[in-house]
Design a protein around this ligand. Structure first.
Ligand code: ADP
Ligand code: MG
Length: 240
């Protein structure tokens, strides 16, 4: 298993007002696999991704990447890229500086190589002309594509996407999904999305979460056509 989460517990709050955002969740992702996570709001999907990326600390359990316990080290930061619903670009930096900041700061690339690579990546997403623009002058779809290549420049081994198209106007969703589709052929990805047609097209495996637990997992056919649990059946009937 490439990524492995064992007995994951994430508790928020204290005393009587505790929430188990993760409640003994177990999961695994193979190298090269595209895993889509589905589940109702509040089921722990974002928490799971944030724990993989070390933006949150687990209350209990551990996550292994390539057999090693992930920690805050640069080694793991470089291996895991994350893309958020709200893009999280640095508004005070140009597109170029947004993309080159991390590789330069961490000395992963020299400044010259970082700029060269950033230009290649911008060319790939057809945004070379925006290189010196600030995020405010980009459309939502453009921002998200820049956010994706900002992750890519670190050559991550796995990319996590947390509802990458949920903040986009409908006409921009396609350009982001199509970039993700292109990248999926040589990348390991864990994607939280409500774009069901896209999920069906791209997923090697689907995980359904509810109440901080992995309730069911399987192929696209298993999950969409042969749901077993009542919770998944209810979820599918609501989103259909
Ligand atoms: P999802 O992404 O599936 O909508 P989340 O992982 O965001 O779910 O949240 C899971 C649960 O944990 C929810 O009940 C949410 O309210 C709670 N939660 C998430 N983040 C925090 C936080 N920082 N403090 C307190 N509760 C939180
Ligand atoms: Mg979420």
């Amino acid at each position: 298993m490439f990524i492995e989460g064992k007995n994951l517990v994430k508790k928020y709050g204290k005393g009587e007002v505790t929430v188990f955002a993760l409640d003994h969740a177990e999961f695994g992702v193979e190298k090269g696999e595209i895993v889509v996570i589905l589940g109702p709001s509040g089921s722990g999907k974002s928490t799971l991704l944030r724990c993989i990326n070390k933006l949150e600390t687990l209350t209990k359990g551990n996550i292994l990447l390539d057999g090693k316990n992930i920690d805050d080290s640069l080694e793991f930061h470089k291996k895991i890229g994350m893309v958020f619903q709200s893009f999280n670009l640095f508004e005070n930096l140009t597109v170029l500086d947004n993309i080159t900041l991390a590789p330069i700061k961490t000395k992963t690339l020299s400044e010259i190589d970082a700029v060269k690579r950033a230009k290649e990546l911008l060319k790939m997403i057809n945004l070379e002309s925006k290189i010196n623009e600030y995020p405010r002058s980009l459309s939502g779809g453009e921002k998200q594509r820049v956010a994706i290549v900002r992750s890519l420049i670190m050559s991550p081994e796995i990319m996590l996407f947390d509802e990458p198209t949920s903040a986009l106007d409908p006409e921009m969703i396609g350009e982001v999904l199509s970039l993700m589709k292109t990248l999926s052929s040589n990348m390991t990805m864990v994607i939280v999305t409500h774009e069901l047609d896209f999920a069906k097209e791209i997923a090697n495996r689907v995980i359904f979460m509810d109440g901080g637990m992995i309730v069911e997992e399987g192929t696209v056919d298993d999950i969409f056509n042969h749901p077993k649990s009542k919770r998944l059946k209810d979820f599918l009937s609501k989103i259909a």
